[in-house]
Design a protein around this ligand. Structure first.
Ligand code: PM9
Length: 461
């Protein structure tokens, strides 16, 4: 193993067998799945890189903690343990659990939309966040720096806000029409790319100037903090905990899918700095949506596992190995000439499919076509992040053209080895060599919301 990539700071105590299938079998599975890897059965997948959400391996300390779960409906001991950890990490006052990230979004976002014609502005909204913004009756605008869309050129913080554009949008729409600024850290949709502390501070200054609240969509805030430590001047000697605290100080609300940097298989968080009115509204609204405010859709044991996982995710040895795994796969692909979002981000390698399959038009979903080919090649399941995911304009109903057509090879936490990632690299490189044979896709069935999860497609011959 190349010394540039550190070995895991853990050893294996339990194994989960995975099945190797033949190409013929995979052709059948994919056809039955409507050419949408979301509809594959996981037992028909050899290496599952669909998502890093809830797919990581828990530590012995988390498994042990599960046994301590207090399953009381109200006032569970496990809730108070979770609350203490979250307050320690964030320095915020109010904590409400939710069953996962979108559970937190469905409770909080409608509270912030009190009239028609409101907007949220983000560096880049994640798809469920965008969906909840729109379902609450507002509109979601993205304003990330241009460098984000230039996949070849190095930039240490491709997730940064374009702060000039941000202020321009606020003035155009009117500050009274901006329901919130959402800092998505890391910026999932364009490569798990980090946002710098300097940039977040500038966003806060603008938000204060126009009296707009700031939300953190922080599913991967620990990875973001590690990038800040590695890449931003002045943070080399700060701990990840210190960087995280400084980050949270810049916002008012923290929404978390804790299936990522919570190192848990399920869970979400609503964390509010000091707005007691908002907290009370969320506490009321969560009851019919998710459950009583001391469990919010989680079992007591889930809250126990999360309390431990949140702290483990801040450990530097763990973060270094995690980001090295992603870099390892990215380096292998780049060395073979495969176009990827460079530098690699926190949780995945994103392959640039506009460059990979330029002969497939955006509305025939080039990245989805590459994902399917990689599955056929080696049983590896990637996911599309492009025009298929983006969906249609809510007003005109036209297919939106994504600025990037990406195949995401998402690395679950503490789950696969460098050897698995070599298999993945070989598969992608093989498909790349035969890329002119790839064909576009068309709909067989298109659901009205978040279509990429359940749509059925067929090759456009
Ligand atoms: N992200 C992901 O794979 C899981 C759903 S799509 C397979 O990247 C951010 C930045 C996310 C995110 C989920 C959510 C929603 C909010 N913000 O999935 O509801 O990356 O826990 O979180 C996924 P939940």
């Amino acid at each position: 193993m190349n010394k540039k990539y550190v070995a895991p700071p853990y050893r294996i105590k339990m194994v989960e067998p995975i099945k190797i299938t033949t190409r013929e079998e995979r052709e059948n599975y994919l056809r039955v799945a409507g050419y949408n890897p979301f509809s594959l059965r996981s037992e028909d997948v050899y290496i599952d890189l669909l998502t890093d959400s809830g797919t990581g391996a828990m530590s012995q300390y988390q498994w042990a903690a599960l046994m301590m779960g207090d399953e009381a409906y109200a006032g569970s001991r496990s809730f108070y343990k979770l609350e203490k950890v979250v307050k320690q990490i964030t320095n915020y006052q109010y904590v409400i659990p939710a069953h996962q990230g979108r559970g937190a979004e469905q409770v909080v976002l409608p509270q912030l939309v009190n009239k028609e014609g409101l907007y949220f502005i983000s560096n880049m909204h994640f798809d469920t966040t965008r969906a909840h913004v729109e379902m609450a009756g507002a509109r979601a605008l993205d304003c990330v720096i241009d460098e984000c869309f230039d996949t070849e050129t190095y930039h240490p913080f491709k997730g940064n806000f374009d702060v000039i554009q941000l202020e321009k949008i606020i003035n155009e729409k009117g500050p009274e029409n901006i329901a919130g600024i959402i800092m998505t850290i890391t910026n999932n949709s364009a490569g798990g790319q980090p946002v710098s502390m300097e940039n977040m501070k500038k966003v806060r200054v603008i938000a204060d100037k126009y009296k707009i609240r700031v939300l953190i969509d922080g599913a991967r805030y620990a990875e973001n903090s590690y990038f800040i430590k590695q890449r931003e001047k002045g943070y080399e000697n700060k701990s990840i905990e210190e960087i995280a605290l400084e980050t949270f100080a810049l916002a008012d609300i923290f929404l978390m899918s804790s299936k990522k940097d919570g190192l848990s298989n399920i869970g979400g968080l609503i964390v509010i700095k000091d707005d007691v009115d908002l907290y009370n509204k969320c506490r009321t609204y969560i009851v019919p949506m998710e459950g009583f405010p001391t469990y919010g859709g989680l079992a007591g044991r889930d809250m126990e596992a999360l309390s431990v996982g949140l702290l483990e995710a801040l450990e530097e040895d763990y973060l270094q190995h995690r980001l090295d795994q992603v870099r390892f796969l990215g380096d292998k692909l780049r060395e073979a000439g495969v176009p990827i979002q460079y530098p690699t981000g926190g949780h995945a390698v994103f392959v640039d499919c506009q460059k990979f399959a330029p002969h497939i038009p955006y509305d025939q979903f080039p990245a989805q076509s590459v994902c399917n080919a990689v599955y056929l090649e080696a049983g590896v399941r990637p996911v599309e992040i492009g025009s298929f995911l983006l969906g249609r304009d809510p007003d005109t109903k036209e297919n939106l053209k994504s600025p990037l057509e990406l195949m995401r090879l998402t690395i679950p936490r503490r789950t696969y080895t460098y050897a698995h990632l070599e298999v993945v690299a070989d598969a992608v490189i093989e498909v790349y060599k035969n890329r002119e044979k790839l064909v576009g896709l068309e709909f067989d069935y298109e659901p009205p919301v978040l279509r990429h999860f359940t749509a059925r497609l067929k090759p456009k011959l």
